[in-house]
Write a protein that binds this ligand. Structure first.
Ligand code: SAM
Length: 369
């Protein structure tokens, strides 16, 4: 499976779209705001560059796509005004895989700039926004060209399904019944991918430039621990039932695994130190309890309606918006639709939202001289 072609979030603005089901991700972006503000101020430092290059990796398409960018520009504008300095020129790069709906983003840019102009009372003609399609597990930008590179909720995706996971039978991700060679294959793929990601970003950032990443991680050192990955167990149950009912062929299920890895804090730290291009300003984990999302009103006044239903936050729908294209690529439309209907029921019946948490890892790294 060529992930570059099949991996993308559910497009459009319908009930099952990512745009309408990314409240969790928006909450995460809001919780890291203060740290992000501090980091961009540090990057501008005393030198106040005339031209700032900023990238968002795994930007997707929806209300979150330009959120970090607009918040970052506002902070920079405030800083430059305070220092009685002319606003810088902004070069903004929005990256995602080629299957992402870049056209919809491009169509929204005039409105984005106009809103920003009205809000910060500054002309936005010196703000240039570019699409940068491609995998962040490859070089995306020229040497020493970026000041601030941000990514939220994207780096838990691997570049591919690890090789040698054929005997992960009955599972579609790491689980308590996954053989040890499967756990190792996933960890090895994570190390290879993350280390190469760091190497590429180090070449692209200017000296002192900042890499700010938040991703889904885990608390336990055991990669097969339940935590958030038990959600994939529910999808495995749904798919296995469909095998028993003759809707899916067993070999078709056995050849499907999701290209994700939720690392622990110590796994992230080890890789950053081993790769060696960055110093660590901050590396922390935090948790969000799903129940908190039931009453969450987005901090940025954007419209993400689908995630909130009469029963509160709809976790099943959030996962569907992220994973549906991946399953469609392997099982086809109708099987995937049925699998998600069953999955939604398992989630509604079995996930205690007040006890279910998601672990986020945030790292703020500076490129070493
Ligand atoms: C869950 S979405 C997060 C979107 C957005 N940053 C947010 O916080 O709402 C993850 C995004 O990462 C993108 N992605 C996954 N692997 C990628 C890769 N190797 N290169 C670029 N983008 C990738 C996916 O296509 C998807 O749009």
């Amino acid at each position: 499976m060529d992930l570059g072609q099949v991996l993308h979030m559910n497009g459009g603005v319908g009930e099952k779209s990512y745009a309408n089901n990314s409240l969790l991700q928006q909450k995460v972006i809001s919780t890291t705001k203060l740290l992000r503000d501090e980091s961009i101020i540090n990057v501008c430092g005393n030198t106040l560059p005339k031209s700032l290059a900023i990238a968002d990796l795994g930007c997707s398409c929806g209300p979150n796509t330009l959120l970090v960018i607009s918040e970052t520009i506002k902070v920079v504008e405030k800083l430059y005004k305070k220092m009685t300095h002319k606003s810088p020129e902004y070069k903004i790069f929005l990256n995602d895989l080629p299957g992402n709906d870049f056209n919809t983003i491009f169509q929204s840019l005039d409105t984005f700039k106009e809103n920003l102009r009205n809000e910060i009372k500054t002309e936005m003609d010196h703000c240039y926004i570019f699409g940068a399609p491609g995998s962040f597990y490859s070089r995306l930008f020229p040497d020493n060209s970026m000041h601030f590179v941000h990514s939220s909720y994207s780096l838990q995706f691997l570049s591919k399904v690890p090789e040698g996971v054929d005997d992960n039978k009955g599972n579609i991700y790491l689980s308590s019944t996954s053989p040890s060679n499967v756990l190792k294959a996933y960890y090895d793929q994570y190390k290879t991918d993350f280390s190469y990601f760091l190497k590429c970003r180090a070449q692209e950032l200017v000296e002192g430039g900042c890499l700010f990443v938040t991703l889904i991680g885990r608390q336990s050192e055991d990669p097969s621990s339940k935590e958030i990955s038990y959600l994939w167990d529910f999808m495995s149950v749904a798919l296995n039932d469909m095998v028993l009912e003759g809707i899916i062929k067993e070999e078709n299920l056995n050849s499907f695994n999701v290209p994700l890895y939720y690392p622990s804090l110590s796994e992230v730290k080890l890789e950053v130190l081993t790769e060696g291009s960055f110093s660590i300003n901050q590396l922390d984990s935090s948790q969000i309890i799903f129940k908190e999302l039931d009453n969450y009103k987005d901090a940025f006044n954007s419209k993400i309606s689908g995630s909130l239903t009469e029963d509160g936050y709809n976790l099943g729908q959030c996962i569907r918006a992220i994973a549906e294209p991946l399953l469609v690529g392997h099982f086809g439309e109708s099987v995937t639709k049925e699998a998600f209907n069953r999955f939604q029921k398992y989630v509604t019946d079995n996930v205690p939202k007040d006890r279910t948490k998601i672990t986020n890892i945030t790292m703020i790294l500076t490129k070493r001289p």
